[in-house]
Design a protein around this ligand. Structure first.
Ligand SMILES: [Zn+2]
Length: 402
């Protein structure tokens, strides 16, 4: 088969043909021409039309390499007249509008960008960063369109901070299938409003359980839009708040200690937060020595350990009185961080107790969240939030590639 025919078949040309393939300065150039009389497509709506106006200047598109040689398509598009759109430049079948690479090359770039960083991908295909961004963006858009909708039952809502500072993304997961469903900028009321607008009332109906942090915007949006769903506060987030309380007490204790005792207290942050069964013998000895000395931190430590036992309860009939008792203890502990934590738990007690029966948490998403963090560490060029979101869709999910 001649190279011309091979390229024509590869591009599935119907109204065009490859006139000739030439070697020009280290690259192969395929000259493409219109087969007179064949209908062309309107660049606006894609409708076929036979009314040709004029020829535009020749343009070039990069295509997949052939035997290590760069292949370039060269063609002078025609202006056509469309019944609906008026005068438009034709839609060429090998590339999307305004693109300087062919669809086939775009797909190959997107495929590689799933595994390599975008910068490495750009180097590999000798294209610039923007071309990679455009290729991935169009692959993601297509993937999201082609994705099959599966009814949602258990929803997990989580936030990731993006770059440094207080900027967040909200990620919504299908907990049942461990699948990312939606990504939005921020984590406020507006973000949640956008999510429910996207979800639509029809799709919201099947949701029975939502797992998230005790975050006001999430809670109020869920109550408003999913009145049928049971809210479960994510265990990991609750423990995070608990650990923060312990740490605050540790720091207060530290500040009040006389100088010689400060020395023994140094670098004990993880000692107080670690699960006791994970402590090594040396750490255990150090902990009990410290316990003999410092009253408030000891109270905090036991409070933390006692709270952690709550997660083991399986019957609400037992879990509720246990939690109530713990809350009373914490409220009277004379430890400000703990009275604050206890009040937070009291305000959200239904969603805390829901754990006992539903046993739902966002823990299964940890692997997913790690992937998202890896993407954010490749921070180069992700200063724009929508590029970052595109990167998460592309690298952390299994969106179908064309
Ligand atoms: Zn048209």
């Amino acid at each position: 088969m001649r190279l011309e025919t091979c390229i024509r078949k590869g591009l599935r040309l119907k109204a065009h043909r490859v006139r000739e393939v030439r070697e020009e300065a280290d690259q192969l150039v395929a000259e493409i021409e219109w087969i007179e009389g064949r209908p062309l497509r309107c660049g606006g709506c894609g409708c076929p039309t036979r009314r040709i106006h004029e020829r535009r200047a020749a343009r070039q598109w990069r295509d997949l390499r052939i035997r290590e040689q760069t292949l370039v398509l060269r063609y002078a598009p025609l202006r056509v007249r469309c019944a609906g759109c008026g005068r438009r430049v034709e839609r060429v079948p090998w590339a999307a509008a305004w693109q300087r690479i062919t669809r086939a090359l775009g797909r190959a770039i997107a495929e590689l960008a799933r595994h390599l960083s975008w910068k490495q991908t750009a180097t590999h295909y000798a294209v610039d960063w923007k071309t990679v961004v455009a290729a991935v963006r169009s692959a993601v858009a297509q993937g999201l369109r082609d994705r099959k909708w599966k009814p949602l039952h258990d929803l997990g809502i989580d936030e990731v901070s993006r770059s440094k500072g207080q900027r967040y993304l909200t990620l919504v997961y299908d907990l049942e299938r461990g699948r990312l469903v939606w990504i939005g900028e921020g984590r406020d009321d507006q973000t949640m409003q956008q999510f429910f607008q996207w979800l639509s009332r029809r799709h919201a109906r099947s949701i029975q359980v939502v797992c998230c942090d005790m975050w006001r915007s999430y809670i109020s949006a869920i109550r408003e839009h999913l009145p049928q769903a049971q809210l479960v506060f994510d265990r990991f987030h609750v423990v995070q708040h608990l650990n923060r309380a312990v740490d605050e007490v540790r720091r207060q204790t530290w500040r009040q200690l006389p100088r010689p005792e400060k020395q023994a207290f140094k670098q004990t942050r993880w000692l107080w937060l670690k699960n006791p069964w994970n402590l090594q013998a040396k750490e255990q000895r150090r902990l009990s020595a410290l316990c003999r000395k410092n009253q408030p931190i000891v109270r905090a430590y036991y409070l933390k350990e006692a709270f952690q036992r709550f997660w083991d309860y399986k019957y609400p009939g037992w879990a509720r009185p246990y939690l109530t008792q713990w809350l009373r203890w914490a409220s009277h502990s004379r430890l400000k961080p703990f009275t604050r934590f206890a009040r937070m738990i009291m305000d959200h007690v239904d969603g805390i107790l829901a754990w006992t029966q539903l046993r739902v948490s966002n823990a299964a998403l940890e692997g997913m969240n790690n992937k998202v963090k890896v993407v954010s560490h490749r921070a180069y060029g992700f200063r724009k939030v929508d590029t970052y979101i595109t990167a998460i869709w592309h690298s952390c999910t299994d969106l179908p590639l064309q």
